[in-house]
Design a protein around this ligand. Structure first.
Ligand SMILES: Cc1cc2nc3c(=O)[nH]c(=O)nc-3n(C[C@H](O)[C@H](O)[C@H](O)COP(=O)(O)OP(=O)(O)OC[C@H]3O[C@@H](n4cnc5c(N)ncnc54)[C@H](O)[C@@H]3O)c2cc1C
Ligand SMILES: *[C@@H]1O[C@H](CO)[C@@H](O)[C@H](O)[C@H]1NC(C)=O
Ligand SMILES: *[C@@H]1O[C@H](CO)[C@@H](O)[C@H](O)[C@H]1NC(C)=O
Ligand SMILES: *[C@@H]1O[C@H](CO)[C@@H](O)[C@H](O)[C@H]1NC(C)=O
Ligand SMILES: *[C@@H]1O[C@H](CO)[C@@H](O)[C@H](O)[C@H]1NC(C)=O
Length: 530
């Protein structure tokens, strides 16, 4: 008889672990735990027993009663200003029922619980730079903006930085530069910390330290049941793994605690070249990509486009020390004929500012794919892009670019730090080349044919990679279009594991159903092709 006691204890322990949220979870009681008495809120009182299906006005009016001016409704003047803070026109054209600006993590918890009680959908916005319409804004729902959650703290030992999701990368780098420190994050000033970090995050410093997601030490997360937990390699390790590449599917991150690194002045900037330089640029792109292991301080983005009818390449080069002609950069530096050259010794914040602006507020689209790094494939893909471009060049205010970036071997190696991430990549493949087709335009009448153009370049690019045996399934979430399925690109096993983690921490699928925007765990946001 006595032998059954340890077993029974064990069974209880296992049960607790498996049921993060109990089947009889009571939303009303969880709100009481947050200090919100639903019975005192007129429009919610009738919902105590049963969640409603038409509840967005009840949700927004109740949030207004609880949070006052931190809730903006459509008639408030701040409402239109807020919508203009999105990068893409498509996201600006989405009209939420209300905008909620939490000031504390527990406010986020209350919003999630009220969304559940009223069944009113929500979206969360960090920097608002998602190219996916509805990625961080929701028609008729509650859009949660993190602008008032904007703490940034560098630990005394300068080894850890903690920040909330309301920041842009410019704010973060500027704050840390005073201490000659940096973190691993975005390369454009205005982009937000939340979306970029949850989808991966390619940084100037990635070959030294890995992607942004691989440098998160812990996350403070509001879960579907409104509980606030600290997620790290040792506490909730399965959720920690899932948050490294899993996007918005697992919870709302209210604080990122990340590794900070020493960083002073750097060298870098943009150069523009004409077509005669393209072969040399592709050669140098390939060689620098293959040399990732030799010197991780180098970084590059090679983009092709056109300006006033002329094909141009735009090269973004960085070196993490203030060294104008590092040995590993020499091949690039020998290419003459740059028509623009803005390289120089700078702070990281300045580099990010130089890349910001330009196309904000236009219609936007991103499409992506990846392949093993290959020189001929790079040339062929560039040619495909230019072949198709002639058919869309007449679109109003069009900017079109095809960008190449190397996911270097050191980046791939660092993906296994602290238990690994969800991306499904390993250094065994050798360096990968990421491809991004990015378009900006103004006339909605052009949208369909431009999306079709991007899909065509992607399909032809993937076919070219396949023909050379260089194709890989990985799709970078932060660059994917709504017709793409990055989670499937992580591989069957990782997708299944992500779905299990979601079932455990969010058994009723709050982040899948009530937060409908962005890349979910069961397929592309939009079916078929554009
Ligand atoms: C101009 C420009 C430059 C870029 N540069 C880079 C770059 O250098 N490196 C790179 O890797 N990528 C880059 N990207 C891609 C970028 O990573 C994605 O666009 C990313 O989604 C932007 O994050 P955000 O916070 O601004 O976006 P948002 O639109 O605010 O959020 C994107 C998604 O993340 C979710 N999300 C945001 N915060 C949270 C949170 N705290 N908790 C849960 N979910 C959250 C949102 O729900 C949304 O679905 C760039 C994009 C643009 C437009
Ligand atoms: C949830 O808790 C509230 C407050 O204690 C109670 O009135 C309500 O009946 C409970 N709902 C369910 C579905 O058990
Ligand atoms: C999470 O960790 C931070 C710092 O380690 C601590 O201040 C905070 O109270 C923790 N939060 C929870 C919900 O445990
Ligand atoms: C960069 O270095 C290479 C070789 O080390 C040299 O040939 C080249 O002239 C240098 N370029 C510049 C711009 O200094
Ligand atoms: C786009 O082009 C048209 C004219 O072709 C112009 O009137 C308009 O201002 C441009 N810009 C935007 C953002 O629409």
């Amino acid at each position: 008889m006595k032998a059954s006691l340890p077993l029974a204890t064990l069974a209880v322990g296992v049960a607790c672990q498996a049921t993060f949220e109990p089947a009889d979870f009571n939303i009303t009681e969880a709100l009481i735990g947050n200090g919100v008495d639903v019975s005192a809120l007129p429009e919610l009182a009738s919902l105590v027993e049963r969640a409603s299906t038409t509840g967005c006005s009840a949700a927004c009016n109740s949030l207004r009663l609880i949070f006052g001016d931190n809730l903006a409704s459509q008639k408030d003047t701040s409402f239109a200003t807020f919508l203009d803070s999105y990068w893409s026109r498509q996201q600006r054209e989405i009209t939420p029922q209300c905008i909620f600006k939490p000031t504390k993590p527990i406010d986020v918890s209350t919003a999630v619980l009220i969304s559940r009680l009223t069944q009113c959908p929500f979206a969360v916005k960090s920097g608002g730079h998602s190219a996916v319409p509805g990625g961080s804004n929701v028609e008729n729902g509650i859009t949660i903006s993190f602008e008032k959650l904007n703490k940034i703290v560098l630990a005394d030992d300068k080894k850890v930085a903690s920040f909330q999701p309301g920041h842009t990368w410019f704010d973060i780098y500027t704050a840390l530069e005073k201490d000659d420190a940096a973190i691993i994050g975005g390369r454009v000033a205005t982009v937000g910390v939340g979306g970029l970090t949850l989808g991966g995050g390619i940084s100037y410093l990635s070959s030294q330290y890995g992607l942004a997601c691989d440098n998160v030490l812990s996350y403070e997360v509001v879960t579907a049941s409104g509980i606030i937990i600290n997620v790290s390699e040792t506490s909730y390790p399965d959720l920690y793994w899932a948050l490294r590449g899993g996007g918005n599917n697992f919870g709302i991150v209210t604080q990122f605690n990340v590794r900070a690194v020493p960083q002073g002045l750097m060298w870098g900037g943009s150069r523009v070249y004409l077509e005669s330089a393209f072969p040399a640029l592709i050669e140098a792109y390939y060689n620098l990509g293959m040399n990732g292991k030799k010197d991780g301080k180098a970084h590059q983005i090679l983009s092709f486009g056109y300006s006033s009818g002329t094909a141009i390449a735009s090269l973004e080069l960085e070196y993490a020390d203030p060294t104008p002609n590092a040995t590993v950069m020499a091949e690039y530096n020998l290419i003459g004929g740059a028509v623009v050259d803005q390289t120089g010794v700078k702070r990281m914040s300045q580099l990010t500012s130089e890349l910001a602006g330009g196309f904000d507020g236009l219609r936007q689209s991103f499409w992506t794919w990846s392949a093993k790094l290959d020189k001929d494939l790079a040339t062929e893909t560039k040619d495909i892009f230019y072949e198709g471009l002639t058919s869309i060049a007449d679109a109003n205010n069009l900017t079109a670019a095809l960008s190449f970036q190397v996911i270097t071997e050191p980046i791939l190696e660092k993906m296994s730090m602290r238990g690994g991430n969800a991306l499904g990549l390993s250094p065994d493949s050798g360096p990968l080349s990421n491809f991004l087709v990015s378009l900006s335009w103004s006339d909605p009448a052009d949208t369909t044919r431009l999306q079709q153009f991007s899909a065509w370049v992607k399909d032809r690019g993937v076919a070219a990679a396949k023909a050379k045996g260089k194709d890989v399934p990985y799709l970078y979430m932060n660059y994917a279009s709504p017709w793409q399925d990055p989670v499937a690109g992580y591989g069957e096993a990782n997708k299944a594991k992500l779905q299990r983690v979601s079932k455990k921490y969010d058994p009723t699928g709050v982040f899948e159903r009530l937060q409908p925007g962005y890349f979910k765990l069961n397929g592309a946001p939009v079916n078929g092709s554009p």
